[in-house]
Each structure stands twice: as structure tokens, then as C-alpha cells.
Write a protein that binds this ligand. Structure first.
Ligand code: MLT
Length: 344
């Protein structure tokens, strides 16, 4: 953490933060906590702790993927990686804070598909995903499952659709807030069925899943990295996977297309980001470490157990991630606008 009088780099960061409009008292405390690393000279990078900020609750899918890669990345970089969770506003709070953080390579954001839906969901988003970040590389693309509390009446996706149509005023759908993948999946279901369900927002799908198991909410979409164990143990029931093919580790769960909702096919792609003024040579170091982590056999095996896999080698690049981000911003814009969802 910097304790010296305000450095030129810090001044630049604050100017940048003021432009983003997020340097409120609370945010500045988090920024200070994030400024953990090094001499500030890109040639020395990395020579201090690196913080990866997860924009959702601990124990959830984004957190799980981050912690899987943090250890091998840390070994490769020879520095400690601190994973911190900054929950709120469907992931946009954390993204705004990292966008405004010191652009020195010690402040990294893990985010998912929500980075591409946020600009359409939030009219006053305090950052621009393309302007205020540099991309580091893609990480993984996680399938989702449509799941319900174990004693929920519908037994199949077809029965669920009918149930939702007939009980739209009472059925409850859990998500991780406007901007979360679980919210996007719910929106696709609502659009496909033509209903408007009661959504119960959480800080992440880890706490949402706890309430689903406890029977406090009826159903949700969540990534296999969070649901596989609970589906296998029977704590929740699964109606469908959001992939074109069935998953090897959940062979009895039909695809959304098989089960009658082809428009709910969606994969939750994850990538790493740094503030836009981070030097390219620093970004390259992070990209190389990410590539090494994604080849780690332990990471590959653990991801396979959770129904996912590292992205292909040529996708672990800033270029591939930026291209996907641009494409996905355009893809989701008309769908979200048509649904009329607005985040706060
Ligand atoms: C989501 O719905 O976007 C994620 O599951 C959030 C999380 O990691 O908890």
C-alpha cells in the first residue's frame, strides 16, 4: 500500500477516477486496499502482491474460477495473488472500482459475460468496458444449468414452463443482481416464455444457491462450477443445461434445446481485465502467467470436474478477449433493450 505523498501515478489514477465519477469515500478505501504492489516501474513488474477483484460473493462461480487460476499464476509470477470479493450492483460496483484503480498491474479484475451486458443494462454505468480497461486474456466458458429446489413441483423443463405461466405472480427466481449471468439467463427464459417473474437478487449465486437448497426460492440458473455438486447430491434438481450438447459430467440433464427452450443457450465466458492505462509490457506478463495457469493439469482436472475447461490457447490473448467483448456488447444490446430491463 502507498503511504508516501501523492505520486504522479496516483494523481493520474485520481484524475482518471474523477472522470469515471466513482472516487466516493467508500470506493477510495477499496482503491487504497488494492494498491498493494511494487515499485511502480513496469520493468520491475511484478515485485509486490497482485489483487484480483471478484465482483460477486465468495464461494460462487466467478470466485471459484479465480481461485483456481490464482495459485498457478502466483507461482509463475513469483508473487502473492490476493483474491478479494467486492459484491454489489450485479458486478458493476467492482468493475467501476478496478477501472479507477492504479494502472500498475497490481489491480486486476475477473469478470464474465456481465461485462458485455452491463452497458445495455445500466444507463449511468460509471465505466466503459472497452475504453476503461485493457483485456488480459480469456479464461473459461462455463455452461449454466436451470435448477430448482428439490421439492419444487415441476419435474421437467416443460412442466416448469407451464408452472411459471400459471403461477407467474408467486414463482420466485433467484439471481446475482442486474448484470449477473444468472439475471441474463432469467431474462432469456422470461423472453422465451413471455412472462415477467419475481426476481430475488443476491450478492452472488453462492448465497442464492444456499437459499435454493433451503427452499427459500423456487428456481434459478447457475453455472456448473457452482451447481454440479448439489445436482449430483440431489440437494437441487436440474431441468436443463444451456449448452448445445449434453455435458459429460451431467449426462442425464437435457439441453435447453432438447427440453424446449432453445433460445436460452448461453455460455458464461470469463476474462481478466486491468485499468486502461496499465502498460502493455505489464499486461503481457499477466497474459503469459494466465496462459501457464490454464495449462496446469490440476486446473484442467478441477475445471473438468465442475463441467468446464480452459479456453483454447489462442483465446488467452487481449485481442481474442476484446473481439469477444465487442461482439457480445452488440449481441446482447437489442435483446436487453427489447426486454426493457434497467439496473440501478
Ligand atoms: C452470476 O450469476 O453472474 C454469477 O453466478 C455470479 C457469481 O459468481 O456469484
Amino acid at each position: 500500500m502507498h503511504t508516501s505523498p501523492v505520486s504522479p501515478a496516483t494523481r493520474r489514477q485520481r484524475q482518471h477516477a474523477r472522470r469515471l465519477g466513482v472516487l466516493a469515500a467508500g470506493a477510495s478505501m477499496v482503491l487504497a486496499a488494492c494498491s498493494s504492489g511494487g515499485s511502480g516501474d513496469p520493468a520491475d513488474y511484478p515485485d509486490g502482491n497482485i489483487t484480483i477483484t471478484v465482483p460477486f460473493a465468495a464461494g460462487g462461480p466467478t470466485d471459484t474460477v479465480t481461485r483456481l487460476i490464482a495459485e498457478p499464476m502466483s507461482e509463475e509470477l513469483g508473487q502473492e495473488i490476493v483474491v478479494q470479493n467486492v459484491e454489489g450492483a450485479g458486478g458493476t460496483l467492482a468493475a467501476g472500482e478496478v477501472a479507477a484503480a492504479e494502472p500498475d498491474g497490481y489491480n486486476v479484475l475477473m469478470h464474465h459475460i456481465g461485462m458485455s451486458t452491463a452497458p445495455s443494462l445500466y444507463p449511468d454505468l460509471p465505466f466503459d468496458p472497452l475504453e476503461d480497461f485493457k483485456t488480459v486474456g480469456l479464461v473459461t466458458n462455463v455452461p449454466m444449468t436451470i435448477v430448482a429446489r428439490s421439492d419444487f413441483e415441476p419435474e421437467t423443463l416443460e412442466e416448469l414452463i407451464t408452472y411459471v405461466e400459471e403461477n407467474v405472480d408467486t414463482v420466485t427466481y433467484a439471481n446475482a443482481g442486474v448484470g449477473a449471468a444468472s439475471q441474463l439467463c432469467g431474462l432469456l427464459i422470461e423472453t422465451a416464455i413471455g412472462v415477467d417473474m419475481t426476481e430475488v437478487p443476491y450478492d452472488g449465486t453462492a448465497p442464492a444457491l444456499t437459499d435454493l437448497v433451503g427452499g427459500q426460492v423456487d428456481f434459478m440458473c447457475d453455472q456448473t462450477t457452482n451447481t454440479t455438486g448439489q445436482i449430483e447430491s440431489g440437494d437441487i434438481k436440474a431441468y436443463a443445461v444451456t449448452t448445445p450438447e449434453r455435458l459429460e459430467n451431467l449426462p442425464d440433464v437435457p439441453t435447453v434445446a432438447e427440453a424446449g427452450l432453445p433460445d436460452v443457450e448461453v455460455g458464461v465466458w470469463h476474462g481478466l481485465y486491468v485499468p486502461s492505462e496499465t502498460p502493455d509490457e505489464v499486461v503481457s506478463v499477466l497474459t503469459d502467467a494466465l496462459a501457464v495457469a490454464l495449462k496446469d493439469q490440476g486446473v484442467i482436472d478441477q475445471m473438468a470436474d465442475l463441467g468446464t475447461a480452459p479456453v483454447a490457447e489462442d483465446e488467452v490473448t487481449p485481442e481474442a478477449q476484446t473481439a469477444l467483448l465487442e461482439e457480445q456488447i452488440e449481441l446482447w444490446k437489442p435483446i436487453i433493450e427489447a426486454a426493457g430491463v434497467v439496473g440501478e
